[in-house]
Design a protein around this ligand. Structure first.
Ligand code: TXA
Ligand code: MG
Length: 346
């Protein structure tokens, strides 16, 4: 039903034709795979919400190949231009005031629109062939971790969309940084590959939304609708184990041993540096702590694997929430429903 195709010239041209006809195409980007439609075609955009089972009040990112093509869609401020010069094409999304050309279905009726210029060569060839701005959320079923391989997309979307373009594993592995430029102080709503530290090389001031590392309080308004929804959560119960190295490792072992003795299909999500210390216990490696970009690249794949293996209890190590570590901890904290265990406490 769904064609999974290599990005040949012929396939890319056909993908562009599908978009112009109002169909959906999944395509690789440097962050995660996207599920694209013509952003100016309301009926096509509605198909995205249907295919993902996505709530209609969660707005979409509009992808364009270059900044001039964003001009009809939004009001580009001087700081947007500066950021664009430095970080586009790349894993950054900017929220700017929308122009009437953008249908309300794309922005869920909000006055701002999210714009991104991806760098992945296949995404760029696809956008050029489509010759339309592409509205695209991550190509997963709503609530699941975003897809970082074409196989992940096929697992979620088989039979629901006509075409998936294969582009290998995504390099960043986490969704783009969403920066709201409509606030008095530019605000990171979702951390990603372009870190607050990097943004501060261009901007005088950057805020990180409180809800990045903690749950919304009762009655608190989400700056980004996506933050209201349960996300990234594996089927099993995930606990983050934090604290000093020595205590974390021994606590991970003890928690695992107890869960295994109780008959659980448990796993330790651990850094490659600590695999050996875990002995015979069943672990899933989430990359190298010394290179946090490897953790970003591995995380969603591992969370999906845990579901495939019907793991019901997971204990995970944590990263420092700085640099790309902030994005990793945002996704992990949400996957753990913000539950953590302090290994330094008895
Ligand atoms: O890396 C990415 O950003 C990927 C690739 C495909 O580009 N896309 C992606 O889209 O992750 P999605 O829809 O899964 O996440 C977009 C996030 C959501 O949390 C959404 O609520 C927020 O951006 N968003 C989009 N438009 C917004 C707006 N106008 N105001 C506030 N938040 C917005
Ligand atoms: Mg998503």
């Amino acid at each position: 039903m769904t064609e999974l195709t290599l990005p040949t010239k012929e396939a890319i041209d056909r993908a562009g034709g599908l978009i112009r006809k109002g169909e959906l195409v999944a395509f690789p980007t440097e962050t995660v795979y996207g599920l694209g439609a013509n952003a100016l075609d309301e009926a096509a955009v509605r198909k995205i919400f249907a295919a993902k089972g996505r709530p209609a009040d969660n707005p979409l990112i509009v992808h364009v190949p270059e900044l001039t093509l964003a001009k009809p869609l939004c009001e580009i401020t001087p700081s947007a231009r500066e950021l664009a010069k430095r970080f586009w094409p790349g894993p950054m999304t900017l929220l700017m005031k929308k122009k009437p050309t953008v249908p309300d279905v794309v922005t869920a009726g909000l006055p701002s629109v999210a714009i991104r210029i991806p760098s992945h060569p296949v995404a760029r060839a696809f956008m050029a062939a489509a010759d339309r701005p592409i509205a695209a959320p991550s190509a997963n079923t709503s609530g699941k971790p975003s897809p970082t391989t074409a196989q992940h997309v096929l697992d979620d979307m088989n039979g629901r969309i006509p075409m998936i373009i294969e582009g290998g594993a995504c390099q960043v592995g986490l969704e783009s940084t969403v920066l709201d430029l409509t606030q008095a102080v530019p605000t990171v709503l979702r951390p990603g590959g372009i870190t607050p530290e990097m943004l501060l090389t261009v901007l005088d001031e950057v805020r990180v939304a409180d809800s990045v590392l903690r749950p919304l309080a009762a009655g608190e308004k989400a700056l980004s609708p996506g933050m209201r929804y349960r996300h990234y959560a594996p089927k099993g119960k995930l606990w983050l184990v934090k604290g000093s190295d020595e205590h974390v490792l021994s606590r991970l072992q003890a928690l695992y041993d107890l869960a295994a003795a109780q008959g659980h299909n448990a796993r330790i999500l651990c850094f490659s540096e600590h695999l050996e210390a875990m002995g015979q216990r069943r672990c899933a490696c989430i990359g190298r702590r010394s290179e946090p970009t490897t953790v970003a690249a591995e995380l969603f794949k591992v969370l999906r694997q845990m579901d495939d293996e019907n793991v019901d209890v997971l204990y995970s190590e944590a990263l420092e929430p700085s640099g790309i570590g902030l994005a990793v901890m945002n996704r992990l904290s949400r996957a753990a429903a913000f539950q953590s265990i302090d290994a330094d406490q008895e």
